[in-house]
Design a protein around this ligand. Sequence first.
Ligand code: GAR
Length: 190
Amino acid sequence: MKNIAVFASGSGSNAENLIRYFNENQRGAKVNLVICNKQNAGVVDRSKRLGVDCVILTKEQIQDPEALLPILGFHNTDIIVLAGFLLLIPQFLIDRYENRIVNIHPALLPKFGGKGMYGRHVHEAVINAGENETGITIHYVNGHYDSGDIIFQAQVSLSPDDTVEDVEAKVHDLEQMHFAQVIFDTFCAK
Ligand code: GAR
């Protein structure tokens, strides 16, 4: 049984989906840890409600191997999944978990990625650029924002009158449809 740690900073809809997918079924992996860098983030309550340990760490603690690695060690973490996590992953973690850290980005990389490109900022940029489609990208994490090898993308059409909320809802649907399945296919199906 592999152990997944989910890193999240926001409301946690993706974290919840991953927890339900893996922990309510026999999938060969389970989510046994959520790491969050924001005390008031929705993901904190969600993970507690779902019975998963949630540890809140400061940015400094996340960048400190002596603070972060013992927590992952205690939970026997095999795989790290970033689900709306807004901090850059430090190099020591990438080295320790080579090819075992995955992120979801709410657009079709390499477009609309990079520092500051998260959540609604991404959807605003997509609308302002007049794109006729957007989507999700699931990719390995390296030491730079949104530039690791791509594992999976899914697209959705946009209408000229779509608002940020409309785009967010379309992307949210794709995330709910694919994210957990892609994590399973990547790490558990072999
Ligand atoms: C998701 O849309 C995720 O793709 C995005 O943040 C949202 C988190 O929502 N991630 C990024 O923008 C990373 N650059 P959630 O807290 O409800 O899962």
